[in-house]
Each structure stands twice: as structure tokens, then as C-alpha cells.
Design a protein around this ligand. Structure first.
Ligand code: NAP
Length: 242
């Protein structure tokens, strides 16, 4: 019987690398995304090329009703299965100084980067608790640890995600479900397009941006049985940048 993993924002960047890592570990991967059909189809193709299997689940993780509907439908279609590994990865950033930030940009980022944690985790959590087995991995950010100027919305969302990780970890540890956060620094994806790469690299002790695969490797470890006594942690993947 297949083991299932769900990756929000699996169509591109870090999410795509995580889908491939989990597929190589033998999971059938549910690849969520919101709009980029071509990129999502390419992730599925790469998963299948690697010998794995998967399916696309297109919905907006910031939309609670849409999320619940899609997850409930999947569960009804797979009555004997459940998602053992959940990676809350989908995210956006809409940077501005708070003085100029529109309310919409505050709410959009909180909705996609933090409210999605509730929208997705709650429906997938119950079967994990019942089966006494589960891995929840939340992709936060260096911004959520230290707060970055120009990103009060993103820092608030990612900081909230860290606190939620620590709280939920304690709630579900007795049921053998672990909850951890991964905090990337600067990783080469569409999200960092437009940033001053040369200037930023000079501040990173490793003198380079990370690769999505370098984040996915840690997610794979946290998803594995080897990480069973690690929970409520935030682990950075940032080339030494704090
Ligand atoms: P990316 O390349 O911009 O990809 C974002 C992914 O999220 C895409 O798959 C996108 O789907 C999906 N997504 C966005 N909004 C969504 C929504 N409302 N519902 C469902 N899916 C949605 O980003 P990335 O760099 O891989 O980032 C992945 C995660 O790592 C994010 O949480 C980000 O905050 C975090 N992170 C990234 C960096 C970095 O340097 N790259 C650093 C720290 C943390 P579509 O393809 O359909 O648009």
C-alpha cells in the first residue's frame, strides 16, 4: 500500500525539490500549487521520471474552505490511506516598509504563510494522531527568527509559524507525531528574483545562496524514521547567516 506525503507549494523552488526527495524515499506525493499549471505538471513529470508517483492538488492554501474541501475529497477517494508526511511549504512575500505597506499585502502574506498552517494541518492531523504516526515540517525563514526590515508581514507570519510549530509539537508528541520547522536563509528560487544577489552573498559566511535540494535534504531527514526523537525544533539552512 502506498505511503502518502503532501507538499504545499510543490510546483516550484524548494517545494519541487522536497517533492522529489520524498518521492525518492518512496512516498506518493500530493503536489499542491495555486496557479502555475505548467510548473506543477513539470514537478509531477520529474517525480515520475525518478520512479515515483504523485498527483496534483490545485487549491489556494490561504482559503480555508477550498483547502478543507480538497483535502476531504482526497481522503474520501482514499478511505484506507492517510498522509503521513505534511510539508507546509507554500509561501509568498510582499515586501515593503510598514509605513508604506497596504493592508492587502499584510493580510495576503499572513493568509498564505501562516493561516495556511491551520487550513492544511488541521484536516491532515487527525488521521496522523489516530495512526500514531506522522511528520509535520513547516518551512519558515530566517526572517521569522530575527525579523528583517521591509518584511514585517513576512517576519510576523514566519515567526508565528515557528511558535505554532513548538506549541503543536507538545500537543501531539504523545501520539508519535513530530512537528519541526526548517528555516532557510537565501535559496536560489523564483522568490529571491530581484534581490541584490552580489550584496547579499557578501554577507553570507558561505558566500553563496543555497540550493533547493539543500533544504529538501533536511526535510527528507525530518520526514524519516531516523528523526523520531526530534520535535518542536527550528533548524536553519542558511550558510551561516544569522
Ligand atoms: P517559490 O519558488 O516562489 O514557490 C512558491 C510556491 O508556493 C509555488 O509552488 C507556488 O505555487 C506556491 N504558492 C504560493 N501561494 C500559494 C497559495 N496561496 N496556495 C498554494 N500554493 C501557493 O518559493 P520558494 O523560494 O520555493 O519558497 C518556498 C518556501 O520557502 C516559502 O514558504 C518561503 O517563504 C520559504 N523560504 C524561501 C527562501 C528563499 O530564499 N527562497 C528563504 C526562506 C524561506 P504556483 O507555482 O502555483 O505559484
Amino acid at each position: 500500500m502506498s505511503k502518502y506525503a503532501f507538499v504545499s507549494g510543490g510546483s516550484r523552488g524548494i517545494g519541487r525539490a522536497v517533492c522529489l526527495e520524498l518521492a525518492r524515499m518512496g512516498y506518493s506525493v500530493l503536489i499542491n500549487y495555486v496557479s502555475n499549471d505548467a510548473a506543477a505538471a513539470e514537478t509531477l513529470r520529474l517525480v515520475e521520471e525518478a520512479g515515483g508517483s504523485g498527483e496534483l492538488m490545485k487549491f489556494d492554501v490561504a482559503d480555508q474552505q477550498a483547502s478543507l474541501q480538497a483535502i476531504t475529497k482526497w481522503q474520501e477517494e482514499h478511505p484506507d490511506a492517510y498522509v503521513e508526511v505534511l510539508v507546509n511549504n507554500a509561501g509568498v512575500r510582499k515586501d515593503n516598509l510598514l509605513l508604506w505597506m497596504e493592508q492587502e499585502d499584510w493580510y495576503d502574506v499572513i493568509g498564505t504563510d501562516l493561516n495556511s498552517f491551520y487550513n492544511i494541518t488541521k484536516p491532515f492531523l487527525q488521521p496522523m494522531v489516530v495512526h500514531k504516526k506522522g511528520r509535520i515540517i513547516n518551512i519558515t525563514s530566517l526572517s521569522g527568527l530575527k525579523g528583517l526590515p521591509g518584511q514585517t508581514n513576512y517576519s510576523a507570519a514566519k515567526g508565528g509559524l515557528i511558535a505554532a510549530t513548538k506549541a503543536l509539537a507538545q500537543e501531539v508528541a504523545p501520539r508519535k507525531v513530530t512537528v519541526n520547522a526548517v528555516a532557510p536563509g537565501f535559496i536560489s528560487t523564483d522568490m529571491v528574483e530581484g534581490l541584490d544577489e552580489a550584496e547579499l552573498k557578501s554577507q553570507i559566511p558561505a558566500k553563496r545562496f543555497g540550493k533547493p535540494e539543500e533544504v529538501a535534504a533536511l526535510v527528507g531527514f525530518l520526514a524519516s524514521d531516523s528523526s523520531s526523537y526530534i520535535t518542536g525544533q527550528v533548524i536553519s539552512v542558511n550558510g551561516g547567516l544569522y
